[in-house]
Design a protein around this ligand. Sequence first.
Ligand code: NDP
Length: 283
Amino acid sequence: MAGMIPDITLNDGTTIPQLGFGVFQIDPAQTAQAVRTALDIGYRHIDTAEMYGNEAEVGAGVRAAGLAREDVFITSKLHNGCHRPDDARAAFRSTLDALRTDYLDLFLIHWPLPTRYGGDFVTTWKVLEEFKDGGRARSIGVSNFQVPHLERLADEADLVPAVNQIEAHPYFTNDEVRAYGAKNGIVTQAWSPIAQGAVLGDPSIADLAEQVGRTPAQVVLRWHVQRGDVIFPKSVTPKRIEENFQLFDFQLDDAAMEQVTLLDQGEAGRQGANPDTFDYLPT
Ligand code: NDP
């Protein structure tokens, strides 16, 4: 089953499974079981973050599935409160400890926080470059970076992020940031790929689902796959975890792709925070 998921090659030569499993807002008490279910179905890529509070349980789920560490691609992200270099180093170490692993496949700056830390996410990025140099992060990237943030890294840092993980779904296609990534070798990861369910009741999506004989979630997730983005839908419901995995035995034609893209509402379609102003520091 795992062989069905295409790998995407990142700008540092490593590969990432295009489909993974997201664990944002999964209660820690449910996380190991959800991860285990996903891995049993065939997922081989888990997206977590220190701020999700469930890294230890992700690690437990991977071990419970009986898989070798190298068989699962694991991503985590830097806590917003830990952008200063020594804090970032300590946070990265605690992420590795929580997951009980000695490396991550991918580690991201979770948010740029341009209104915090004197607007300096470049110094933080350079600390992630250390993690990559030391081999403890196979790849490094960013999340929620806007085009000017990416341009600044290009000007002031050595490494180009391997990925940029951003909100993207039919109501907010986020194509300007995606286009910058495509032009500069940065793979886009689309977070909240089904807009936490908000797009699934759309009549246009329901119509397409009917036409192709698939569920609304499968239509939307397949649209992402054909756009070339990496996705990791979240669910705690085994039937949905299975449904979201069945994306590689059908296709949307150009007209169907366009019908989904036409749902874009621009900024009004955002479900999550705007990275230019988001300044949340958990206490
Ligand atoms: P998703 O777009 O993946 O939607 C998850 C919601 O949709 C849940 O309520 C789930 O319900 C429901 N759902 C899942 N599959 C189906 C289905 N087949 N049919 C109907 N409903 C379904 O939202 P997320 O925000 O979780 O995004 C996915 C991942 O992206 C996160 O888990 C996280 O890893 C990442 N992310 C990253 C962010 C960042 O800042 N970098 C921000 C937000 C997300 P249920 O669980 O009850 O089944």
